[in-house]
Design a protein around this ligand. Structure first.
Ligand code: SIN
Length: 284
């Protein structure tokens, strides 16, 4: 880090990405200096975590608005009182969870979301952690030849096969994920992007939403994409959040993947998610 933080304490979660921030009460009005330092930690670590934050829905929304405009997810069920907050919920009798596989949210949009602010309202006694992987590390550890090849390629991302009618959704997702008729988004993005905040290069494909490489068939695309998915999910590139009630995390969709572990059958987990609008992505 170039300059030490003055108003917050920042403790890395792993050598790859993620940091826990202490000395912040999100419910209070954060002054501009403290918010600027939180923003800097977000740029430095891509995932930031705050524990012991007691927030009303309105305070969660007010904090989110400091990061940008709110992007209302088309597919997740919204919280009844404030539908701009998406509910990420699993009941004890439900088998599937939301976000089980590695992905980055909204890569199917032409202007993908900056990231999400996830707040833990009810957590299982054990399990239900979220894992993140650094797409900076994924890019930086490829060979110079592979990096050069990928820098000239774009990929197609889509929501259709995940949220659309062709998904063959399990009945226990009903009430949590809906509007399959709205799953019509397709977007082309560079495979290597220049990160809009840090200017660093990051790998930008993910196994949930990326469909194929532009100008290649699906069959031709799969071996390279599958190689990249294996490469980018190496444990050394990851960090893991062990949730507690009232913890809040913010992640950067342009620099990370995440996956929500589904290892808490028979228990309830309720998270509130607000997603922030992003900017168009540039290649390198
Ligand atoms: C998500 O994919 O946004 C959900 C993450 C989580 O529930 O941990």
């Amino acid at each position: 880090m170039d300059t030490p933080y003055r108003t917050i304490s920042v403790k890395p979660l792993s050598g790859a990405l993620g940091a826990e921030i202490e000395g912040v009460d999100i419910a209070s009005d954060l002054d501009d200096e403290q918010f600027a330092e939180i923003h800097r930690a977000f740029a430095d670590y891509s995932v930031i975590l705050f524990r012991n934050q007691s927030l009303t829905q309105e305070q969660h929304i007010a904090f989110a608005r400091r990061w940008g405009d709110i992007n209302v997810n088309r597919f997740f069920t919204g919280v009844a009182e404030n539908p701009i907050i998406a509910e990420v919920r699993k009941e004890p009798d439900q088998e599937t969870n939301i976000g089980r596989n590695w992905h980055t949210d909204h890569s199917y949009d032409t202007i993908p979301a900056l990231g999400s602010i996830l707040y833990a309202r009810e957590v299982p006694e054990f399990g239900g952690d979220t894992m993140f992987s650094s797409m900076y590390r994924a890019y930086e550890t490829l060979s110079p030849g592979m990096r050069k090849t990928l820098e000239s390629l774009n990929a197609l991302h889509s929501s259709r096969h995940v949220f659309g009618v062709m998904n063959g959704r399990k009945p226990d997702q009903s009430g949590r994920i809906g509007n399959p008729e709205l799953a019509t988004q397709d977007a082309i993005h560079p495979i290597i992007i220049e990160h809009p905040i840090s200017g660093r290069k990051a790998l930008y494909v993910n196994s949930t939403f990326t469909v194929q490489i532009e100008g290649w068939t699906k069959e031709e695309s799969q071996p390279l994409l599958q190689y990249l998915y294996r490469h980018a999910s190496q444990p050394d590139f990851t960090c893991r959040i062990r949730w507690e009630k009232n913890a809040l995390a913010i992640w950067d969709n342009r620099a990370t993947w995440h996956c929500a572990l589904n290892d808490y059958q028979g228990q309830r987990r309720l998270m509130h998610r607000i997603t922030i609008e992003g900017v168009p992505l540039k290649g390198v």
